[in-house]
Design a protein around this ligand. Structure first.
Ligand SMILES: Cc1cc2nc3c(=O)[nH]c(=O)nc-3n(C[C@H](O)[C@H](O)[C@H](O)COP(=O)(O)OP(=O)(O)OC[C@H]3O[C@@H](n4cnc5c(N)ncnc54)[C@H](O)[C@@H]3O)c2cc1C
Length: 495
């Protein structure tokens, strides 16, 4: 058996893996990146391919040169997306929201390939065709065992960065209770209901689609959505996903049914990649980022840490900044000679307090909890009623609807939409009663208040490990108050 020693092992050749590996290697640290796929398939990943502005360094911090990637025409094939559209076609409802400037739909494979190349350029050693099947540990995580090109290999390290994606298999391999932590481990493995199952195809149409400047979402019968994200006017990423706390949907059949009924997709074909149809599915984190993303000798980033938007499922940007944070924290801990929970805490601190976007995602998860608690028809009725400004806030992570005046405008918008939708017969079509509607609108108001309360709590995230338990018990108190207010039975509590 081959045995190799590195400062840092990164498992995963996705976005989080590349950002983590490049960040650590750029500081002169010895980094190996392990990826189960072959080199030419690196970056070939199930995704809707919609990304937030690649040129914004807050979205993509660290040594990866995102300007070069954004300038690369093989990645940003079209550069044309201006807005998000929400269509509830049965109800004749269409909402149009602006998309963050510079945001786009990329060729995800080319994007992944460029990231891997840049990581290699920063000095990362990359081992493809390498499947990790065991994590080694004593009082800390010490490395992994893998099969590389059919041969067993043991890798040893000071810090293992888990960038193996949503439902990371590494987390099932580690005995977190067996690691040396002052009290209970702060790291908790997420439950499967915190994930979604999603599937996409790349299809090529005969004619340009009308909505070539928009990413489009539509409701599914279970909580989730179908999307059409145009990479170019004739190359469309179509897909769908649902959360695993709902009844499963046969994803491929459901998507086919939808696509076959659309006139703009008549004659369309599924694109090919590596001599097969370009169709992929995967799981997706639909929860708040983990309370703690560290354990002795171990850091989690990207899908493995839950840094995905809990409503939209967008996680490219979260994978990038959390990967950067993991690489940075690993270097610091190794330099300090302390890879304990405490020594690696900087990863949590930076994400929750300094960068802050993890705190936003965690707070916004309240909208996921509230939406999961009501019937999908009630949810569609509420979506029809809410003005675009409020919807934009829910699918983003910034509070635009602040102050009494804007709240009053939202109220007026709801009333105006109520009249329109009432006249159209929307509530009859959905079989939603006035009482249900009233309760649900009230629920949105309550949820917004809890989002603010969560935000205040996450702003106070502990700067070091010592006050974590106190902080978490206060956050858990907010959870319970929220669930009570929503009238959830304990069996439906998300956490
Ligand atoms: C269908 C779908 C559509 C999506 N659409 C969007 C979207 O439009 N926009 C957006 O921002 N986000 C979207 N997301 C979410 C986004 O794709 C993820 O959040 C993001 O890819 C997470 O990146 P990551 O690097 O953490 O993990 P991944 O991209 O999943 O990478 C993990 C890597 O680890 C490797 N790996 C796993 N286990 C092992 C092992 N045991 N040994 C070796 N290697 C291993 C995998 O092969 C993979 O390459 C979507 C997700 C899905 C599933």
């Amino acid at each position: 058996m081959v045995r190799s020693q590195y400062d840092v092992i990164v498992v995963g050749g996705g976005i989080a893996g590349c950002f983590a590996a490049a960040t650590a290697a750029a500081e002169g640290i010895d980094v190996v990146q392990l990826e189960r796929k072959p080199r030419e398939e690196g970056g070939f990943i199930a995704c809707g391919d919609a990304i937030k502005s690649p040129r914004n360094p807050r979205n993509y911090p660290g040594p990866i040169d995102m300007d070069a990637i954004a300038d690369d025409e093989a990645v940003l094939v079209d550069n044309n997306i201006e807005q998000i559209e929400w269509w509830d076609e049965q109800l004749d409802v269409r909402k149009v929201l602006p998309y963050e400037e510079g945001s786009n739909v990329v060729d995800r494979y080319e994007f992944g390939q460029r990231l891997l190349e840049q990581a290699a350029d920063r000095g990362v050693e990359q081992h493809y065709d390498t499947v990790v099947h065991e994590v080694t540990q004593n009082d800390r995580v010490t490395g992994v065992k893998a099969i590389r090109d059919g041969e067993p290999v043991t890798y040893e390290c000071d810090v293992l960065i888990d960038a193996a994606g949503a439902q990371s298999i590494l987390q099932d391999m580690i005995d977190f209770e067996g690691l040396d932590t002052p009290t209970e481990p702060t790291f908790e493995v997420p439950h499967y209901t915190h994930f979604g199952s999603a599937y996409r195809e790349i299809i090529e149409t005969e004619e340009p689609v009308e909505y070539h400047n928009a990413i489009v979402g539509k409701p599914l019968e279970e909580m989730g959505y179908i999307w059409y994200f145009p990479r170019t006017p004739t190359v469309i990423n179509v897909g769908l996903g649902f959360q695993m706390n709902k009844e499963p949907i046969p994803l491929t059949d459901r998507l086919r049914r939808d696509v076959e009924n659309r006139p703009e997709f008549r004659g369309a074909t599924v694109a090919e990649k590596f001599d097969r149809k370009d169709k992929l599915g995967s799981s997706i984190a639909l929860r708040r980022p983990l309370d703690s993303m560290v354990a002795p000798g171990y850091l989690a980033a990207g899908g493995a840490a839950g840094t995905t938007h809990p409503i939209t499922g967008k996680g490219i940007r979260g994978a990038a900044y959390s990967g950067y944070s993991a690489g940075r924290a690993a270097v610091q801990a190794i330099e300090d000679g302390d890879v304990s929970e405490d020594g690696l805490w900087e990863h949590n601190r930076w994400l929750y307090r300094e960068h802050g976007e993890a705190a936003k995602l965690a707070s916004w998860d309240a909208y996921n909890v509230a939406a999961s608690s009501i019937d999908v028809n009630v949810l569609r009725a509420v979506t029809a009623l809410l003005p675009e400004t409020e919807l934009q806030e829910i699918v983003g992570t910034s509070t635009k609807v602040d102050g009494l005046k804007s709240k009053a405008l939202v109220g007026t918008g709801v009333l105006r939409n109520l009249v329109t939708e009432y006249r159209k017969g929307t509530f009859e079509t959905l079989d939603v009663s006035r009482g249900e509607l009233y309760e649900a609108i009230l629920g949105v108001r309550k949820t917004r208040n809890y989002v603010s309360e969560y935000e205040r709590q996450y702003e106070a995230y502990p700067a070091d490990r010592s006050s974590f338990e106190r902080w978490r018990s206060e956050r858990n108190r907010i959870d319970r108050a929220f669930y009570d207010d929503l009238g959830l039975p304990p069996s439906d509590y998300k956490y």
